[in-house]
Ligand binder design. Structure first.
Ligand code: KG4
Ligand code: ZN
Length: 362
């Protein structure tokens, strides 16, 4: 047998029989972060590299999909090489290649998926496709103790706001979702209205520290009955009318009519309305599912008022509250590589024909 034959046999064997444990390289490009990470045994983050595109999208006040795809193409090889270098590993020491293949911006997803497929093929490693939202619900396990299931997970980001019942890392079921805007989207739009900057979440979070959360009473929508769905467009409109005046019945105002103190009060009151809504839905979800653990994930989980409110609720009900550190709340590849380990252990891998899917129906 020649050396190249032997390598080919080893490659096909490793595809059939993935290493049950080990280091997985993950790639994440679903939105506006180009990310690659290496995670050992599903939890221990060996390297975590993220190239942010915030500078590119900032001037538009939101993510421009075409610019995002192009920036991913430019960054993806450097980010992957960076993660491998930081991990100090050769490709042979990687057990599998994991990648976000759904949901997300289709052009952005395709860049990471093609990169991951290429690596899996060239290195002769199994490919594992990962759902981005399931990965956010798993992120609290990274560099931490395993989660105590059953759990409920609130995943709130710029594109999603949803509640899941989690029986295990890969067994998650949707139990509530937004019927209009995502929570992060509402933060971004209100920050834009108040001219606080982009991304809006951190800007509102900061301004709210100098404001009174009870200064203005904004609505807390969809609280009737036992619904676990969310709606943020009503809060958004209420803030808009508060700032500019109700069209047709009030004189129209501009932001220049408000003092810095009033802007901070509006930011704090808006944040309080969102946090109260999320807390009440979480309480209902816990009561309806009998969960022992509350998991937060997604960029909005970085919000300081939300973290404080959910920590207090968990304490009151004697429930574990698991909120990842900032780096694992926002988009990252460590959560992708971590979750993929559970798939790999269960023998679930994907073919190189794996497709990218922009939206996932539940
Ligand atoms: O998960 P993520 O990084 O990307 C998406 O998949 O969307 O979430 C980004 C979102 C943005 O809307 C951003 O404004 C929001 O998370 N965000 C926050 C905070 N930090 C980021 N929202 C509220 N408070 C924060 N501190
Ligand atoms: Zn995300």
């Amino acid at each position: 047998m020649t050396e190249s034959h032997r390598q080919a046999v080893q490659c096909s064997e490793s595809r059939r029989d993935p290493a049950p444990a080990g280091r997985i390289l993950g790639v994440e490009t679903s939105c506006d972060e180009t990310a690659c990470a290496v995670v050992d045994a599903g939890r221990h983050v060996v390297a975590n590299v993220v190239a942010s595109q915030i500078d590119i999208h900032q001037r538009y006040g939101g993510v421009v999909p075409e610019l995002a795809s192009r920036a991913h193409i430019e960054a993806v090889n450097t980010v992957i090489a960076g993660a491998l270098a930081r991990a100090g590993l050769a490709p042979a020491e990687i057990a599998a290649v994991a990648v976000t293949h759904e949901p997300g911006l289709i052009g952005s997803l395709l860049v990471g998926l093609m990169a991951a497929k290429t690596l899996a093929w060239v290195w002769g490693k199994p490919l594992v496709g990962v759902n981005h939202i399931a990965a956010h619900a798993y992120a609290a396990s990274l560099d931490a103790e395993p989660l105590d299931y059953p759990a409920i997970a609130l995943v709130a980001s710029g594109g999603h706001t949803a509640l899941y019942r989690c029986a295990g890392p890969t067994e998650i079921a949707l139990i509530g979702k937004t019927i209009d805007d995502a929570a992060g989207e509402a933060f971004d739009k209100i920050a834009q209205l108040l001219e606080l900057g982009y991304p809006g979440g951190p800007a509102i979070d900061k301004a709210a520290r100098d404001g009174d959360p009870h200064a203005v009473r904004f609505p807390r929508p969809l609280l009737k009955g036992q619904s676990l769905d969310f709606s943020f467009s009503g809060i958004k409109t209420a803030v808009l009318y508060h700032v500019r005046g109700v069209p047709g019945s009030e004189p129209q105002r501009t932001l220049a009519d408000l003092s810095r103190r009033q802007i901070c009060d509006i930011a704090a009151s808006f944040q309080q309305a969102v946090v109260d809504t999320l807390r009440i839905k979480i309480r209902r979800a816990v009561e309806q599912t009998g969960a022992r653990t509350i998991i937060l994930g997604g960029g909005v989980a970085a919000n300081s008022a939300l973290r404080t409110a959910i920590d207090a609720f968990g304490h009151e009900r004697n429930l574990a509250v698991r909120i990842p550190p900032m780096a694992y709340c926002t988009d990252n590849a460590a959560m992708i590589a971590g979750l993929a380990w559970h798939d790999l252990q269960a023998g679930r891998t994907d073919a190189l024909s794996l497709a990218a899917t922009a939206t996932v129906r539940h």
